[in-house]
Design a protein around this ligand. Structure first.
Ligand code: MG
Length: 295
């Protein structure tokens, strides 16, 4: 009798939190190992066991190794465990080289030495690590149902090279109006925080996957648009990039530059769409005048 009771090990119930969702697990027993748990999580979330990091699953003060049996962890029923990790497909997507012969790319000022797509594996690991470590400074938390606008600073919002008494003189015309209007439909990320520079310096591009990995519940390639004056910064996400005319020689061009004014109209127009990923932002002006003609 005693032996029988012994062989019938206790079941465990856990709740795994990942990507803003909760996954209840009840089919595990105390005899199962951490690796068994990870395999169950793979079938639920698609994240490979080796990419999973389970926070709060400790054994003797250290993260529990794969061979540790769940029974010895003395977990209370329905303990919540946070999982960090990204699906292979999402990582692939972030890191995928742009399709060949795409006319979006041909327009880019690509310099040979920066296109090191053969380092994919290494970069993949770097991004995935960075997604976990990177702390985004949230000025305003993500809002439901909003799209995402990622902005470059130098030559996009400011002419940082010209001499001036104050930053105000170097600010691109209509910047305030532009930001106010855009914020109605888009959360705004300024890609210039020092910590983001790290990624830029290492990768020579601005992979949006870093943001999508961090805020998977809110942003994806379907609702993100990025403005930059350097086309190669979109190399990882050509479909999401809009190459803005650089704002230089502020003193000469302050009265002429209407780029942000027109772009705020474009953003307003495309904000009506469910999915931005079919647009070719290269033709944004044509799109805008067509839409405005229809009104
Ligand atoms: Mg720039």
């Amino acid at each position: 009798m005693a032996a029988e009771a012994h062989s019938k090990s206790m079941t465990l119930s856990l709740i795994i939190k990942w990507g803003g969702q909760e996954f209840p697990l009840s089919a595990l027993s105390e005899e199962d190992t951490v690796l068994d748990l990870k395999h169950s999580l793979k079938s639920l979330t698609g994240v490979l066991p080796e990419r999973q990091k389970l926070l709060g699953l400790k054994y003797k003060g250290k993260p529990a190794e794969n061979d540790v049996k769940l029974g010895v962890l003395k977990l209370k029923p329905n303990t919540k465990i946070m999982m960090m990790g990204t699906r292979e497909e999402s990582l692939e997507e972030m890191m995928a080289p742009p399709p060949e012969n795409d006319d979006v790319i041909n327009d880019f000022d690509i310099e040979e030495e920066v296109v090191e797509v053969e380092n994919r594996e290494e970069n993949l690991a770097k991004i995935s690590r960075r997604v976990k470590e990177y702390k985004v400074e949230i000025l305003n938390p993500p809002r439901e149902e909003k799209k995402l606008l990622v902005l470059d600073v130098d030559y996009t919002l400011f002419d940082h090279r010209s001499c001036a008494e104050t930053g105000l003189e170097l600010m691109r015309p209509y910047l305030h109006e532009f930001l106010t209007s855009a914020y109605e439909d888009y959360d705004i990320v300024i890609w210039s925080a020092t910590s983001m520079k790290w990624i830029e310096a290492k990768m020579k591009v601005k992979p949006l996957g870093v943001i999508w990995g961090k805020y998977a519940e809110f942003y994806s390639k379907k609702n993100t648009i990025m403005f930059d004056d350097i086309g190669r910064n979109f190399l990882m996400n050509p479909q999401n990039g809009l190459k803005i005319r650089p704002f230089m020689k502020a003193h000469l061009n302050r009265d002429k530059d209407k780029e942000l004014l027109k772009l705020s109209q474009y953003l307003k127009e495309i904000a009506k769409l469910e999915d931005l990923s079919d647009l070719n932002h290269k033709h944004w002006e044509r799109y805008l005048s067509k839409k405005q003609g229809q009104q």
